[in-house]
Ligand binder design. Structure first.
Ligand code: PLP
Length: 368
C-alpha cells in the first residue's frame, strides 16, 4: 500500500463534475481577473467565517503582508508572532519594514504561548500575529486580553485553519484581520495560488481592495503605491465549489485524527497531539513527536508512507532571520520540537485502512 501525504488527484475526481462547468463558463466569458466569480466566492467565504467582508488575494503571504499594511504597521514598529510557523508569517512583518519578535510555543498545542507576550512587549509593539498552527486555534482569549490591555492590533494567521472553531467562532473571525491561504494542499485549496482576508472593518477591506489592485481606487486613480495581488476568477470558482465540501472534509480529517489518536496512544516514545477543549481543530496536519524522528520517517518511507516536517529548521535559525529577537532567547520548546516532530499523512481522501496501515507501521517501528 502507498499512502501519500496529500492526494489532490483523489479530491479532484470527487468534485470534477461540479468544477468543470464553472471553469468552462469563465473561459467562455473571458472574465479571468476579479470577475463575478471572485465576488461570489468573497461573499460566500465572508458568510462562512461570520464576517462582513472578504477580500480575495493572490496568496496567504499577501494576505498577511497587506493586512499589516492596511492596519498601518510599518517601519519602527514591532510585531510579535510564534517562533514555530511557516516562514511567510515572519516575511510579512519584514515586508512592511517592521521588526519581527518571536515568542516560544506551548508544548501542549504548538501555538504561541500567551504567557510570554508580556516579556516580548516594548513601547514599539504594534501588533500580534497568532498562528493557528496545524489547524488548532491559538489561545485567543489570552491574546485578545493582552492586545486590548496594550492597544495592539491582532492579525490572525489562519492559513492552516479553514473552518476551525474557537469557543464556537471561526478561526479568522477573532481579530482585526483573518488571513487565509488557498495553496492547493490547504483544507480549502485552489488549483494554484490564492489567499484572502476576512474582516468586519470596512476601512481595512477597502484598503485591501486598493492594495491588491495596483493601488487603484477607481480606474487609473491611485491614492497609494500598490501591488498586483488579485485572486483569479478560475481559482475563485474552484474555491466556491470546494467551500461547500469544507465542513464534510474537515469532519473526515477529525475522524482520521481520532483513529490515529486511538491507535497511537501509549505507543512507546510516540507523543500524540493534544487539543484544547475550547477549540475544534481541523487537522490541517497531524503531528506526532518521536525521539528518533528521522529514523521513523525513513522507515515509513521504505513502506511507501510519505510524511512531512513542519518545520525542520526554526525561523530563528534561518539565515534570513539571524539575530531576530526571541522570548525566551533560546526558544526551548521550538528548538526541542524541531528534531522530533513528524506530520503523518492527513487529508480527507484517506481511507480508514490507510490510516490503520500508517499507525501499524509507526507502532512497529516504535516497538523495535
Ligand atoms: C501558517 C502559514 N502562514 C502563511 C502561509 C502562506 O500562504 P501562501 O503559501 O498561500 O502564501 C502558509 C501556507 O503556505 C502557512 O501555512
Amino acid at each position: 500500500m502507498r499512502v501519500n501525504f496529500v492526494d489532490l488527484v483523489r479530491q479532484y475526481e470527487a468534485i470534477r463534475d461540479e468544477v468543470r462547468p464553472r471553469l468552462d463558463a469563465i473561459m467562455e466569458t473571458g472574465n479571468f481577473v476579479l470577475g463575478p466569480a471572485v465576488a461570489e466566492f468573497e461573499e460566500a467565504f465572508a458568510a462562512y467565517c461570520g464576517r462582513d467582508h472578504c477580500v480575495g488575494l493572490a496568496s496567504g503571504a499577501d494576505a498577511l503582508h497587506l493586512s499589516l499594511r492596511a492596519l498601518g504597521v510599518g517601519p519602527g514598529d514591532e510585531v510579535i508572532t510564534a517562533a514555530n510557523t511557516f516562514i511567510a508569517t515572519v516575511n510579512a512583518i519584514a515586508q512592511v519594514g517592521a521588526t519581527p519578535v518571536l515568542v516560544d510555543i506551548s508544548p501542549d498545542d504548538y501555538n504561541l504561548d500567551p504567557a510570554l507576550l508580556e516579556e516580548a512587549l516594548t513601547d514599539k509593539t504594534k501588533a500580534i500575529i497568532p498562528v493557528h498552527l496545524y489547524g488548532q486555534p491559538a489561545r485567543m482569549d489570552a491574546v485578545a486580553a493582552f492586545a486590548d490591555a496594550h492597544g495592539l492590533k491582532i492579525v490572525e494567521d489562519a492559513c492552516q485553519a479553514h473552518g476551525a472553531l474557537y469557543r464556537g467562532q471561526r478561526a479568522g473571525s477573532l481579530s482585526h484581520a483573518g488571513c487565509f491561504s488557498f495553496y492547493p494542499a490547504k483544507n480549502l485549496g485552489s488549483f494554484g495560488e490564492g489567499g484572502a482576508v476576512v474582516t468586519n472593518d470596512g476601512d481595512v477591506a477597502e484598503q485591501l481592495r486598493i492594495y491588491r489592485n495596483v493601488g487603484q481606487s477607481e480606474k487609473y486613480v491611485h491614492p497609494v503605491p500598490g501591488f498586483n495581488s488579485r485572486l483569479h476568477s478560475m481559482q475563485a470558482a474552484v474555491l466556491t465549489v470546494k467551500l461547500r465540501h469544507l465542513d464534510a472534509w474537515n469532519e473526515k480529517r477529525r475522524a482520521f485524527a481520532a483513529l490515529y489518536n486511538e491507535a497511537l496512544t501509549d505507543v512507546p516514545g510516540v507523543e500524540i497531539p493534544q487539543t484544547k477543549p475550547e477549540t475544534e481543530p481541523v487537522w490541517h496536519l497531524y503531528v506526532i513527536q518521536h525521539p528518533r524522528r528521522d529514523a521513523l520517517m525513513a522507515f515509513l518511507k521504505e513502506r511507501e508512507i510519505f510524511c512531512g516536517i513542519h518545520y525542520p529548521i526554526p525561523i530563528a535559525d534561518q539565515e534570513a532571520y539571524q539575530g531576530v529577537r526571541a522570548h525566551p532567547a533560546d526558544l526551548p520548546v521550538t528548538r526541542a520540537g524541531a528534531p522530533r516532530i513528524l506530520s503523518l499523512p492527513m487529508h480527507p481522501d484517506l481511507t480508514p485502512e490507510e490510516v490503520a496501515y500508517v499507525a501499524d507501521n509507526v507502532r512497529e517501528f516504535a516497538n523495535q
